[in-house]
Write a protein that binds this ligand. Sequence first.
Ligand SMILES: O=C(O)[C@H](O)COP(=O)(O)O
Length: 204
Amino acid sequence: MSGTLILVRHGQSEWNLKNLFTGWRNPDLTEKGVEEARAAGKLLKARGIVPDLYYTSALKRAQSTLDLMLEEMGIENVTIIRDQALNERDYGDLAGLNKDDARAKWGEEQVHIWRRSYDVAPPGGESLKDTAARTLPYYEAEILPHLKAGKTVLIAAHGNSLRAMVMDIEGLSPEEIVKREIATGEPTIYRIGAKGELAEKVAA
Ligand SMILES: O=C(O)[C@H](O)COP(=O)(O)O
C-alpha cells in the first residue's frame, strides 16, 4: 500500500506580479492566483482525490491557496496544519527588491545563482540547502510517517520549500535541482511506498 503526496505551489501572489523578491514577506494572491488555486482544487476533485491531511506554511499566499482548493473540492471542517518550516526561502536583503533591478545591479549570473543554486545564499538569506535544513526534518518527522501508512497528504507551500522536498523525494543532485522550476498552482503528485521511497510520480 502506498501513500499519496500532492505538492502545490501557491497561486500568483501580488509580489510575483510585481516581480519582487518575496521570501518571508507576506503578500496575498492576485486574482490570477485565486483562479490558479481554484483550478488546482478542481483538478484534484476531478481526479477523485480526497486528502487525509492538509499542510501549509505560515504565509498568507499558501494558506489562501489551500483554502481555495478546499472550497473547490467541497471539503469543510478539516484541520489545517500550518508551520513555518514550510515557508518560502528567506530572501534576506533581496526581499522587496525588483528581480530585474537586482539583475541590473549584481548581474544576471549572480542573481540566477542566488535564486537557483543549491548552496549559495542570497545576502542575509537562506540558500536552498538552508531551506532544506528546516523543511526536510519537518517533512520527515511530521508528514512522511503518514505517507508510509498509506495516507493522502496535500501540501500547499512555496517554490523553494517545495524544491527542497522535490530534490529529496526524486533524489536529484545539486546540479539537477538548479534546472527545476515549480509553476504556481500546478499540483505534483507522488506515490510514496511503505519505506518512504518514491514509488511513482503521477502525471497531474
Ligand atoms: O520568494 C519569491 O520571490 C518567489 O516566491 C520565489 O522566488 P524565486 O523564483 O526567485 O525562487
